[in-house]
Design a protein around this ligand. Structure first.
Ligand SMILES: [Fe+2]
Ligand SMILES: [Fe+2]
Length: 358
């Protein structure tokens, strides 16, 4: 007999009530549409018959109480369970981190003895472990690290529930989604600093799937050495405004099945009939700073002046990366620049629609 488990992912919704919105001329995220975007994705996923919803962090614009409260109230009204974790934007201070789960008791933390992580059965034989990847240095700087106590707790959980299929949800990326992501300052901040320690633990306990957010890019990455998939979902407030439907299918043993991933995009919302076009241009208008850094930092180290000649051709580079399944060709660029930029071309298994055999 075939068993199917259907669920949705909405990542980085960055909920922003109008009175809380930050105004900044170079603001990258379309947070003014965060609520209609969230509602559109939610309505579609509910109509598709999902059994539960995962939200891998950056739930709010920047950790405002009103925005946490709005989302918590909204999730409370859902006819299905929802599971959340904190993103860096949700917990900008130590106090906010300490208060996070008080908003979201019913969404993962209810029976957890730990304030910031949980382990719960989400379907027969399938367990979700929600982790917190945010902490602070003694100087108060926000970091993306899994602290030793959580790693120790996780190890116990993995050993204790060895008979379950275990999926992880964590905001920071475990597996690089971009070429050289671990080696560049630009990409490194999206990764968990101690990702290898966590990946080692996952490998030795047979955990193969982690759902992440943070990067605002549609990407499915596989770590050959550890045998772990990092499925990162883009944000509903930035191009291409995606969300995912996942169907896990197995015959007898929940640990041996196929995870089918489908992705959708929010095409329009009240006030913006062609959100895809508007948002791609919005991102193109604001990508210059990122592109300059990409070209002038490692590995290319171009001069500012030299980088300028490529910028007009790269207006949509970040939008195309965020869209997933990117294919880049720059036949007219010089060798090193060409091969670096073409290395952003995505490889199998596919970022938006694919099947993973677990
Ligand atoms: Fe984030
Ligand atoms: Fe985010």
């Amino acid at each position: 007999m075939t068993t199917q488990v259907r669920f949705g992912i909405i990542s980085d919704p960055h909920i922003t009530l109008p009175q809380t919105m930050w105004h900044h001329p170079q603001r990258f995220h379309l947070v003014e549409w965060s609520i209609p975007a969230f509602e559109t994705a939610l309505a579609h996923l509910l109509a598709l018959g999902i059994e539960f919803l995962l939200l891998p962090g950056d739930l709010t614009q920047h950790g405002e109480r009103e925005n946490h409260q709005w989302l918590s109230d909204r999730l409370q009204q859902l006819p299905i369970p929802a599971y959340v974790i904190p993103g860096n934007h949700d917990v900008p201070t130590i106090e906010a981190l300490a208060n996070f789960s008080s908003f979201y008791r019913a969404f993962g933390y209810e029976n957890s003895p730990h304030p910031l992580c949980y382990s719960t059965l989400i379907a027969a034989g399938i367990r979700l472990i929600g982790l917190n990847s945010n902490c602070f240095s003694p100087a108060g700087e926000q970091l993306g690290v899994l602290e030793p106590e959580q790693l120790a707790w996780l190890e116990q959980e993995l050993v204790q529930h060895r008979s379950d299929l275990i999926w992880l949800m964590i905001h920071h990326n475990l597996v690089p989604h971009l070429p050289g992501q671990e080696d560049s300052a630009l990409g490194r901040r999206y990764m968990l600093t101690n990702a290898h320690e966590l990946l080692q633990l996952l490998e030795s306990n047979g955990v193969k799937v982690a759902f992440t957010g943070h990067l605002h890019v549609q990407d499915v990455a596989y770590h050959d050495r550890y045998g772990v998939y990092d499925i990162t979902t883009g944000s509903t407030v930035s191009f291409p405004h995606p969300y995912r439907l996942l169907t896990y299918e197995y015959e007898d043993d929940p640990k041996l099945g196929c995870l089918h991933i489908e992705s959708f995009r929010i095409k329009s919302i009240p006030g913006c009939d062609n959100l895809q076009h508007f948002s791609r241009e919005w991102m193109g208008d604001r990508s210059g700073g990122f592109l300059r850094k990409l070209l002038t930092h490692a590995p290319l180290h171009l001069s500012e002046a030299h980088s300028e000649q490529f910028l007009p051709h790269l207006r949509y580079l970040w939008a195309d990366i965020a869209d997933g399944d990117a294919k880049f060709e720059f036949p007219d660029f010089p060798g090193e620049v060409r091969s670096f930029l073409e290395s952003f071309t995505d490889r199998p298994p596919g970022d938006n629609n694919c099947t993973l055999r677990l």
